[in-house]
Write a protein that binds this ligand. Structure first.
Ligand code: SF4
Length: 465
């Protein structure tokens, strides 16, 4: 059976060739001989002569191989003859390449961008988009030191850039380096973090800075495994630090990148499952460019945060349209799959807002583990019976005189918290209870220097004079 596809080509000096023409072209050495190649789809050769497209043959005889369109015909045919199936695959690929070339505006095959289905082309398109639309004026980019990159990466976990900006500026002004952070008391770090949420990040940051001083000479280590060993640094954060601070070729996989990769490659399944995550890491690794790692890392984050957003992706202006499986299969809204549904439980508690004659508020340090760990908050109990018991042990007043304030609703990752505040003005502690490490009176001028959870801080500012 003869191979049904045929081709025509135009050389650089204007000669037109058919597949059986052996005349050599006089194009310049080192460049392709052909200015353009067009593969001609096979048409019906039956008696009806209807010119409909014919289907691809099941197999192709080695003796009927056409000449290579790129020269070195004999070697190419010898190589292909060993496996007709392999040759068929190559031939279909080259015909696809030729089709793309023939539909491209440029006539020079060397000057055309690579096909969007190839991973280097995706990185190139992202970098090109970043040069036009990316965020290049973020405070941690000027200067882009390892410490500032690390701090920004930790702050940006679960938090948007706009929220992080003032916290970042305040934090680096107070603690400009690893050594200053390690030497600072935890209370100061928590106070600087107060309002940003997920306070475990601040505690881990502090512990990691101390580990850097102890084991790495007060510097952030430039080693993936050493970074991974520090508290609060996972694989994606370590990759982001190495890529942005030292231009090293490490991938990242935060929520934005997961969403973009899942859509771009049409990955089914919730990205939190190990199998899907493994697939996404492999794709993230395969797409890495050879250079400009810092820009590429920032480009990925910006692309997911501003263009390929969760609910309103701007596919119309997306530079990755041609490669996006979700767009081409009409599954943009469907991908990535959401987390399997599970309603968050609701927990409730009573918090005691005790104000003394000097308008100071009684604050209690929370346990070292759990939510709002080690922060200063109001005395809290799971219900009124336990709250009453604590109250009578510490405060010289009647529990029943407490004024009920509006309930505070606060969402955590795993549950929803409803706090019922009760307020007592002008109370005093019992004589045997004094200020200690876990209990203290604090006036308004002291609140700023203490790590206080955002909902409690808001309550204090709204209800205490
Ligand atoms: S085409 Fe749409 S869904 Fe696909 S990567 Fe671009 S913005 Fe995201």
């Amino acid at each position: 059976m003869r191979w049904p596809w045929t081709w025509t080509a135009t050389s650089r000096n204007g000669h037109r060739r058919g597949r059986n023409c052996r005349r050599r072209c006089t194009g310049r050495a080192g460049r392709s001989r052909w200015a353009s190649i067009t593969w001609v789809r096979p048409t019906c050769r039956g008696s009806c002569n209807c010119a409909r497209a014919r289907t691809r043959p099941a197999s192709t005889a080695a003796s009927a191989l056409p000449p290579s369109p790129t020269g070195s015909t004999r070697a190419w045919r010898r190589r292909c003859r060993r496996s007709t199936a392999a040759w068929t695959r190559r031939c279909w690929k080259s015909s696809a390449r030729a089709w793309r070339a023939s539909t491209s505006k440029s006539t020079n095959p060397r000057s055309r961008p690579p096909a969007m289905t190839e991973t280097p082309a995706i990185a190139a398109a992202l970098l090109d988009w970043f040069d036009r639309c990316g965020r290049r004026d973020l405070p941690w980019q000027h200067p882009r030191t390892p410490y500032r990159v690390w701090l920004s990466e930790i702050m940006l976990q679960q938090t948007q850039v706009q929220v992080v900006l003032p916290y970042f500026e305040r934090f680096v002004a107070a603690l400009p380096g690893v050594r200053e952070l390690a030497a600072a008391p935890l209370d100061q770090v928590l106070a600087l973090w107060s309002g940003l949420g997920y306070y475990a990040r601040a505690r881990n940051l502090h512990a990691a800075a101390r580990a850097c001083v102890e084991h790495h000479g007060g510097e952030l280590p430039r080693d993936f495994n050493a970074l991974l060993a520090l508290p609060g640094i996972g694989r994606s954060t370590a990759g982001a630090i190495l890529a942005q601070a030292w231009e090293e070729r490490f991938p990242i996989l935060d929520g934005n990148v997961k969403r973009v990769l899942a859509r771009l490659h049409g990955i089914d399944g919730w990205p939190g499952t190990p199998a899907v995550e493994k697939q996404l890491w492999a794709l993230a690794q395969a797409q890495l460019p050879r250079a400009r790692m810092a820009d590429y890392t920032q480009a990925q984050m910006d692309f997911g945060a501003t263009l390929c957003t969760r609910f309103d992706p701007a596919c119309v202006v997306c530079p990755l349209q041609a490669a996006c499986v979700a767009l081409q299969s009409g599954r943009v809204a469907e991908l990535p799959w959401p987390k399997p549904g599970k309603a968050r439980p609701v927990r409730s508690a009573v918090v005691l807002l005790l104000v003394d004659a000097g308008d100071r508020v009684l604050l209690q340090r929370r346990p070292a583990t759990g939510v709002w760990a080690a922060l200063w908050s109001l005395p809290e109990a799971p219900d009124h019976a336990l709250a009453r018991e604590w109250f009578h042990g510490h405060v010289d007043a009647s529990y029943d005189h407490g004024e009920a304030l509006p309930v505070i609703d606060h969402g955590f990752t795993h549950y929803h918290l409803q706090l019922q505040p009760l307020r007592w003005p002008r109370v005093a502690m019992r004589a045997k209870v004094a200020d200690n490490d876990d209990l203290r009176w604090a006036g308004r001028n002291e609140w700023a220097s203490l790590g206080i959870p955002a909902p409690i801080r808001k309550l204090l500012e709204e209800t205490v004079a």
